[in-house]
Design a protein around this ligand. Sequence first.
Ligand SMILES: NC(=O)c1ccc[n+]([C@@H]2O[C@H](COP(=O)([O-])OP(=O)(O)OC[C@H]3O[C@@H](n4cnc5c(N)ncnc54)[C@H](O)[C@@H]3O)[C@@H](O)[C@H]2O)c1
Length: 256
Amino acid sequence: MDPSGRVCLVTGAAGGLGRAFCRALIAAGAKVVASDIDEKNGEKFAAELRKEFGEGTAIFVKADVTSSESLEEAFKAAKSTFGRLDILVNNAGILQEDGWQKAVDINVKGTVHGVLLALKHMGKAAGGDPGLVVNLSSIAGLHPTPHVPIYCATKHAVAGLSRSYGAVMHLENTGVSVVALCPGAADTPLTHNSAFNYQHPYLKPYIDQILKSIPICKPEFMAEALLRVIREAKSGSVWLADDGLIEEVVYPPNLQ
Ligand SMILES: NC(=O)c1ccc[n+]([C@@H]2O[C@H](COP(=O)([O-])OP(=O)(O)OC[C@H]3O[C@@H](n4cnc5c(N)ncnc54)[C@H](O)[C@@H]3O)[C@@H](O)[C@H]2O)c1
């Protein structure tokens, strides 16, 4: 889908990747509903976007993805402000192993809420224009990540959800494509400030070592990957963006 002229809802928009996603989408000609639970930084960011790109390019809507009712307010605001909604970037997510229930709530439950609301507010259920959902999984949704096992499980859930809702039997009936973007590590608060794994102190040396040895990509690179996925991705596909590489993940034939 060409992002130009589209209306996009980005959750977790006040965070590191969310900000880069909103900027890139507007620069590509889209209008953005920036949504986050963090009202103060979200409002400030949307004001920055309007100053940078012009009035009418972005609004902020406070929404908590763990509540379907709260998230639906952002969908409604897209329609009341811009008259339509074409793309959902289901981006809100946390890395929190200690107190892991919150990570499951935001990363899994929040993503499911977004997909189900997209099927209600976009595509055939909403007038027939094609809709697109890009779910933020992670490289941790593709292989085991023993230092953050709960995060890994939530991101595998997001990849599986996207591959399943992206299947033809859904797409033909809903008109909404669903894909997953799996970033490698990026230079955002999630990478630097997360309570990685304080419930297993024996993991600390591994985590310190891993953070020193893996490439940490710029959020702008992940935004480039998002635009490529929006433009090229086939429904149900999963894309990896890491260390300069943006490519569709090819699963073995017996796992497709
Ligand atoms: N940064 C990375 O290295 C990396 C790598 C792979 C995948 N990801 C994924 O990308 C997404 C964005 O990550 P990021 O690095 O920008 O994180 P971040 O911590 O910078 O931003 C996350 C944003 O989500 C918001 N948020 C938290 N709980 C919320 C809720 N209940 N409802 C709505 N918003 C909520 C926060 O307020 C914050 O603004 C996440 O899903 C993350 O798992 C990040």
